[in-house]
Design a protein around this ligand. Structure first.
Ligand SMILES: NC(=O)c1ccc[n+]([C@@H]2O[C@H](COP(=O)([O-])OP(=O)(O)OC[C@H]3O[C@@H](n4cnc5c(N)ncnc54)[C@H](O)[C@@H]3O)[C@@H](O)[C@H]2O)c1
Length: 261
């Protein structure tokens, strides 16, 4: 039996770390050709190395780009189509958390920075990729929102605004593009142990961050952090043909925590 991503092209932003890297590994294992985008070139090289360990045959294109810059987004989409001729799956995932602070102290500069990456970057990506997918008459997009995009978390003005925005963009475009055979969904991860969450725990707990992490997951029904590969399985499913009729959904992956009273 063939693999789910045989002859499929998967484009991933934020592919140099965490959830993007895990999703790259999962789709490569299942046969995908990969176009991997990140601001961090070393991260991209690391992902490429790990891909070659799990899927030595996989074709991989690396593009260094800042998703907050529209011309760099256009470039990574153009490069992907030049090399592979199409885009079947797009994991529109790059993002930052930003500094944690009360709203009054958050600062407009920090706010604009977080929004320009997490929200503008996701919009630019959809804008250029949807043109390609509409012409193909097929494709799947997964945008990375967050539990912070469907619930109030606190101390995250920029993050909350941008991730709620990602949910809005997802639903709006999903309604537009379903008729063209394109599905668009968002994932809303809770706390998944990636370098981003480690950084966040260090902002709160300093050297004591691991202890802070244990307290942090205490209210979670599963009493633990999620693992990047668990998100990779979900993303691969949503990018595959098996999920074709799932559209405009926002899927939590958080051990159930966001439904807990
Ligand atoms: N880890 C979690 O618990 C969690 C929870 C909810 C949502 N998320 C979201 O998941 C996504 C991935 O996060 P992660 O945990 O894997 O973080 P991470 O920091 O491990 O990886 C993010 C990657 O994005 C890249 N990146 C950052 N800004 C960029 C830019 N302007 N242009 C291009 N690349 C850029 C980074 O270089 C990094 O490689 C983010 O959108 C994040 O908000 C993560």
């Amino acid at each position: 039996m063939g693999k789910r991503f045989d002859d499929k092209v998967v484009l991933i932003t934020g592919a140099g770390s965490g959830l993007g890297q895990a999703s790259a590994l999962q789709s490569a294992k299942e046969g995908a050709k990969l176009s991997l985008v990140d601001l961090n070139e070393e991260g991209l090289q690391e992902t490429k190395q790990k891909v070659s360990e799990v899927a030595p045959e996989a074709e991989v294109l690396l593009v260094t780009a800042n998703v907050a810059e529209e011309d760099e987004v256009k470039n990574y989409v153009d490069k992907t189509v030049e090399k592979f001729g199409k885009i079947d799956g797009f994991f529109n995932n790059a993002g930052i958390e930003g500094k944690q602070n009360l709203t009054e102290d958050f600062g407009s500069e920090e706010f604009n920075k977080v929004v320009s990456i997490n929200l503008n970057g996701v919009f630019y990506g959809m804008q250029y990729v949807l043109k390609v997918m509409k012409e193909q008459g097929s494709g799947s997009i997964v945008n990375t929102a967050s539990v912070g995009g469907i619930r109030g978390v606190g101390n995250q003005s920029g993050y909350a605004a941008s991730k709620h925005g990602v949910v809005g963009l997802t639903r709006n475009s999903a309604i537009e593009y379903g008729q063209f055979g394109v599905s668009i969904n968002a994932i809303a991860p809770g706390a998944i142990m990636t370098p981003m969450v480690e950084g966040s725990l260090k902002q709160i707990g300093g050297d004591n961050w691991e202890e802070v992490g244990k307290q942090f997951v205490e209210p979670n029904p599963m009493k633990r952090f999620g693992k990047p590969e668990e998100v990779g399985y979900l993303v691969a499913f949503l990018l595959s043909d098996e999920s074709r009729f799932i559209n405009a959904a926002v899927i939590t992956i958080d051990g159930g925590q966001s439904y807990k009273y």
